[in-house]
Design a protein around this ligand. Structure first.
Ligand SMILES: Cc1cc2nc3c(=O)[nH]c(=O)nc-3n(C[C@H](O)[C@H](O)[C@H](O)COP(=O)(O)OP(=O)(O)OC[C@H]3O[C@@H](n4cnc5c(N)ncnc54)[C@H](O)[C@@H]3O)c2cc1C
Length: 316
């Protein structure tokens, strides 16, 4: 018999932004650190693979589902921690808090900075994992410390920002040995006027994003940008690292499709589920995009989107 926290054969299609994919063999939603440890102790007594889920905004789940346990953190506390820095405040947020709720919490208390990431769907857990970014702003600019849990032992560790080894689309969490429990961010104390400006900027960023990106049935950018050493094309003396530049040149926006999956008419690096797509359709479309870029430019885009339930990399 297993913990009352764990349920069996739970659909994941309604728990990710693509709205595709099969079921998880086991599923749990811990609401506290103690419950997280309880779930992981169940895992230790089995040979189950573990996957931690946020909003599923950067995720493609195999149509056959996942033969392991999916943990979706419901640790949603947000609090202010006293800071020695008079100019700043420390805000601690559970892994299950959404980035938009975190920004709203800060703005209500005249704390600014994070609003540059307004409108990016995701939880603190998923966003620290990938180090979410918008133009030059990265979540790692704000993170000062965190609590993580070791999957193998259930031990809780307090870590600082350097532990994450943050980079573009990267943090130590990618090694899957630790899961994020909570993170603490340093934000600036602001005047009422500065806060009003930050609030306006947040609205403007959201408005701009709605015009530029599809609002549902997508994982955002499917492929990451290239690293400088992967490309040779230059523009104004700088390496052209933006994957959307190459995809755009192919004229595939709103045109290239596979089954129910289509390249967004708004953004060449976004795949959209027209309503009836399977994850297989999305994989086939993504592979076709990779092949077109490879044949035209000799480079192969690599996914930013994370995969769940695939035995091996389904792409090139
Ligand atoms: C419309 C749209 C627009 C987007 N725009 C942007 C953008 O501008 N910038 C950007 O950077 N991203 C963008 N994204 C991608 C997405 O918003 C981010 O990657 C976001 O951080 C995903 O968070 P999530 O909670 O949904 O994570 P999920 O998709 O659920 O999971 C992603 C990864 O994070 C891991 N993870 C989740 N929680 C934890 C945890 N507690 N501990 C350890 N690992 C964890 C998962 O295991 C998985 O590997 C966009 C997505 C969409 C759908």
């Amino acid at each position: 018999m297993f913990s009352s926290l764990i349920t069996e054969n739970v659909s994941l299609a309604d728990k990710n932004w693509f709205r595709t994919g099969g079921a998880a063999r086991f599923f749990a939603e811990p609401t506290s650190v103690a419950e997280f440890q309880q779930v992981l102790s169940f895992v230790r007594n089995s040979d189950l693979s573990v996957f931690v889920l946020g909003l599923g905004a950067n995720l493609l789940i195999n149509d056959t589902g996942f033969d392991g346990i999916v943990i979706r953190s419901q640790i949603k506390d947000i609090s202010i921690i006293p800071s020695e820095d008079e100019q700043c405040e420390l805000v601690k947020a559970g892994a299950g808090v959404t980035i938009d709720d975190l920004i709203a919490f800060c703005l209500e208390r005249q704390l600014i900075g994070l609003e540059e990431l307004s409108g990016i769907p995701g939880t603190v857990g998923g966003s620290v994992y990938i180090n979410v970014h918008y133009y030059s702003h990265m979540l790692s600019d704000f993170l000062v410390s965190a609590q993580v849990i070791e999957v193998a032992t259930g031990e809780i560790c307090d870590v600082d920002a350097s532990w994450f080894d943050f980079g573009y689309d990267f943090s130590t969490l990618h090694y899957k040995r630790y899961l994020l429990i909570s993170a603490t961010f340093k934000v600036k104390k602001a005047t009422a006027l500065e806060t009003a400006y930050a609030q306006g900027r947040s609205f403007e960023i959201i408005r701009h994003r709605r015009q530029r990106y599809p609002a549902q049935g997508t994982c955002g950018s499917f492929f990451r940008n290239f690293h400088e050493d992967e490309v040779t094309v230059e523009s104004n003396g700088r390496k052209m690292i933006f994957v959307a530049y190459y995809l755009d040149k192919l004229g595939i926006k709103g045109e290239l499709s596979f089954g129910g999956a289509v390249v967004s008419y708004q953004h060449a690096n976004m795949i959209v589920n027209r309503g009836n797509a399977t994850s297989r359709d999305i994989v086939n479309l993504a592979r076709a995009m990779q092949e077109l870029v490879r044949d035209a430019f000799g480079i192969v885009p690599q996914p930013e989107c994370q995969f769940l339930g695939f035995e091996k990399n389904p792409l090139l």
